[in-house]
Design a protein around this ligand. Structure first.
Ligand SMILES: [Mg+2]
Length: 172
């Protein structure tokens, strides 16, 4: 079934449910994360204090993080640089190339890295096809940029399908 490529291994209500402890339990040493509506609202330019703390906690636990975003250089760079977090912009997810580049730069293997994001069609599909453990987060904001709005329509249908089949339990 092709749809299984859209099924995340795990889903959480927010990025803050992902802690160094829960990752360490599974031997995870790295995170590839989406930016818009995963870390902050798509239209918020900078990280929140709580998010800055989240990045610090990861760093203190030797968990590497790379931001991999389909958004443009200006957006991704302006957000990531003040945090000192490596980033890849115009990543073209669900294509696998940016994920491979992030792995190489972190010096990690697929099975010790998780892919986190808020979209089935880019983050989850891309992560699954490249062999990562994938984590879907509930989007930080209810609104989206123009392209994402179209993807959401498709996504809602897929999520409804999974729900009906009992493949995910989603309380929202
Ligand atoms: Mg996103």
């Amino acid at each position: 079934m092709v749809l299984k490529h859209f099924l995340p291994n795990q889903h959480v209500k927010s990025i803050f449910e992902i802690t160094p402890d829960t990752l360490a339990e599974r031997g995870v040493k790295g995170i590839i994360t989406d930016l818009d509506n995963t870390l902050v609202e798509w239209d918020r330019p900078n990280a929140t204090p709580k998010l800055i703390k989240w990045f610090e906690d990861m760093k203190n636990s030797n968990i590497k993080v790379t931001i991999v975003s389909n958004n443009n250089e200006n957006r991704v760079k302006a957000f990531s640089e003040p945090l000192n977090i490596p980033f890849i912009y115009q990543a073209r997810k669900p294509m696998g190339r940016a994920f491979r580049r992030a792995l190489t730069e972190m010096g990690l293997q697929q099975d010790e890295t998780v892919v986190i994001g808020d979209q089935l069609l880019t983050d989850v599909l891309g992560g699954n096809r490249s062999g990562f453990h994938t984590v879907l987060v509930v989007p930080v904001a209810q609104t989206d940029g123009f392209i994402t709005r179209f993807n959401r329509k498709v996504e809602r249908r897929i999520l409804n399908f999974f729900r009906k089949k009992g493949m995910i339990q989603w309380e929202d």
